[in-house]
Design a protein around this ligand. Sequence first.
Ligand SMILES: Cc1cc2nc3c(=O)[nH]c(=O)nc-3n(C[C@H](O)[C@H](O)[C@H](O)COP(=O)(O)OP(=O)(O)OC[C@H]3O[C@@H](n4cnc5c(N)ncnc54)[C@H](O)[C@@H]3O)c2cc1C
Length: 417
Amino acid sequence: MIYCVMPYVIEGLIPIEKTLKKDELVTDAGAALIRDRVEVIDFQEKILQLAGGEKITYEKLVIATGATPSIPPLPGINLRGVTGFKTENNLRTFLAMVNAGLKKVAVVGAGAIGVELAQVFQSAGVKTTLIDAEGSVLPNMLDPEMMIKPREELIRQGVHVILNTRITSLSGHEYVEHIQLDNGEVIHVDDLDECSLGENLPIKGLMAFATGSRPELSLVKDTSLEVGSDGIKVNSRMETNLPDVYACGDCVEFTSAITGKIISGKLATNAVPMAKILADNLLGRERHYQGFYNGGATKVGKYFVGGTGLTARNAASRVIRVKVGFGETTSKFPMMPGTTPLRVKLVARAEDGKLIGGQILSGEPVAAGIDLLTYAIQLGSTVNDISQLSYSAQPYQSFMPAANAVVLAAEDLLQGG
Ligand SMILES: Cc1cc2nc3c(=O)[nH]c(=O)nc-3n(C[C@H](O)[C@H](O)[C@H](O)COP(=O)(O)OP(=O)(O)OC[C@H]3O[C@@H](n4cnc5c(N)ncnc54)[C@H](O)[C@@H]3O)c2cc1C
């Protein structure tokens, strides 16, 4: 699956077939592809046991088993219809339910996946409630004041947004029907259009968890492979503690490139660079992975938002003193058609002025701007360096020459925020 586009299938924007990766992706490179489940790894004898009965020997082994949605152990969590959102089966079930006339859904977790899911359900005509324990939407990507307008936009779309609230239990007969919240509210999710309920429809009520993921480690459980709290332990060459065994992607635990401390980074944009570094090391080209910066972006109605590194709030929780600065301008020259307001926030370490995070809110795509900020962090740039950024300007595609929002934010920060 190409997971990133899965939500947009529910909305009908793209057909499900376009989310499925083709075998040729592997076979065209000359590699053999076996579609089977590895059940046991014998690290001693270097043998993999497949579910289909086949045994495969290896010289070098790469473990890239990914992650599975993490669903908290609440009372009632085993009711049918309570699910994560990761597999083709999840997506087909959601689609079938929407097509069968699903009327209500609860999405738990207001990170990027939860926010995207909530919007596509709502736009498909399903009354959607989005619940998060934190006080703002996308709490790990942007600071709350950057999210005021996107949150209003979610509400304008019809999504019922409940923040600062935890789920205490779920109830129902066979299927999830009611969600009890710690603020006393009860959300009902069992409404499906009775007359359009197909015989084979697997579930009735629906509640989707998008509360992060945990590494898929069932294959290496109780083995000599060293595992940490967030995945398989690897060094910067992606080597595990066992000879000839490597690991990369969502199944590994790694550190933040900014703080050097273990941080979650279960993103395709981390998995791919890790895989390339692993491959280079296997081929004898020594390379080292720096760690996670966790740049990411999403879309909330008419707004594009993104963040990289640490938010000011995340930094505070790690006891890092920061200074922040803001730059506000327009996405294009202000007199050009289709221009939208744009806001940049920079977060720098107070002690040395080094950039450790950045956020952008705009009516136009922000991913390229986020990548620029990530690169500045990667290079160890200070806010002073960023205030001297050399940039291009053209009426259709940039800020006004005198109003580069990143530079303005750096200047604001240097002037005390
Ligand atoms: C809905 C959704 C949206 C996302 N959007 C984004 C986004 O916009 N940007 C972004 O950067 N990231 C996004 N991500 C995260 C991204 O998809 C993951 O970080 C990325 O797929 C990790 O790659 P991986 O190869 O480590 O794991 P995966 O892609 O999960 O691949 C692991 C594979 O291993 C297989 N496997 C596991 N165990 C076994 C076994 N025992 N035998 C054989 N095979 C096994 C699994 O079936 C799976 O195919 C999204 C994720 C989801 C779920």
